[in-house]
Design a protein around this ligand. Structure first.
Ligand code: FES
Ligand code: FES
Length: 160
């Protein structure tokens, strides 16, 4: 059923008329042209489609768009502020924490959510927190290093 959905997308009020059962991933990618969230498994397993909904890392391939009414969605495109990369984005680049980059938006947004819950996690807390995001290129070690480095950089500084 088509319905009107009002929500905030990357800090901007957004209104759409759309089939409420359509998955958020496809609304973002196909309807709104935000292709940062990736289609991996489509089954909630890989984490490639992760976005933030009310600051919580969420698998957009599993969310009917009607469920985001009145909520705030942040995609990887929304982490750039005033033309500056978020410290997590910068740290992933600085640490070469990617190869093909397919998992990277989901990794960064999951890390963002993790650092909101605990701003200076231990290495094992990072590994545990990121356990459900899969990287087929095997960049996990550098991903953990990038998150540690971003956490240090963000100490007392930019969180959002
Ligand atoms: S595409 Fe959503 S979890 Fe894999
Ligand atoms: S960098 Fe290729 S899937 Fe992670």
């Amino acid at each position: 059923m088509f319905e009107t959905i009002r929500f905030k997308l990357n800090r901007k009020p957004t209104v759409m008329t759309v089939d409420g059962e359509r998955k958020l991933l496809w609304v973002l990618r196909s309807d709104l042209g935000l292709t940062g969230a990736k289609y991996g498994c489509g089954e909630g397993i890989c984490g490639a489609c992760t976005v933030l909904i009310n600051n919580k890392a969420t698998r957009s391939c599993q969310v009917p768009v009607k469920e985001i009414k009145g909520k705030e969605v942040i995609t990887i495109e929304g982490l750039v502020r005033d033309g500056k990369l978020h410290p997590l984005q910068k740290a992933f680049l600085d640490h070469d924490a990617l190869q093909c980059g397919f998992c990277t938006p989901g990794m960064i947004l999951s890390a963002y959510s993790l650092l909101l819950q605990k701003d200076q996690p231990t290495e094992s807390e990072i590994i545990q927190g990121m356990n459900d995001n899969l990287c087929r290129c095997g960049a996990h070690v550098r991903i953990v290093q990038a998150i540690q480095s971003a956490a240090q950089e963000m100490k007392g500084g930019r969180k959002g």
